[in-house]
Design a protein around this ligand. Structure first.
Ligand code: ZN
Ligand code: ZN
Length: 60
C-alpha cells in the first residue's frame, strides 16, 4: 500500500511496478525510482506518524 496515500475512500492505494522498473501508486500521485526509495519513504512516513502521535499525546 502506498505509504503516502494509504487509502482512498476505504480502498487501499496499491503500488505497481512499471515496465521501466519505476514504482508508482495506482492513483499516480506518487512514484519512486526504485524499491529502496519506496522503503525510505515508508520509513520516513512512519517516523512522521510517530512524531505526530507524540505531539498529540503531549498536547492533551
Ligand atoms: Zn500514493
Ligand atoms: Zn493513491
Amino acid at each position: 500500500m502506498c505509504p503516502l496515500c494509504r487509502e482512498h475512500e476505504g480502498k487501499g492505494c496499491e503500488i505497481v511496478e512499471r515496465s521501466n522498473g519505476r514504482l508508482v501508486c495506482t492513483c499516480g500521485r506518487h512514484s519512486w525510482p526504485n524499491a529502496g526509495a519506496l522503503l525510505e519513504s515508508c520509513r520516513r512516513q512512519s517516523l512522521t506518524v510517530e512524531r505526530t502521535l507524540h505531539t498529540w499525546t503531549q498536547g492533551q
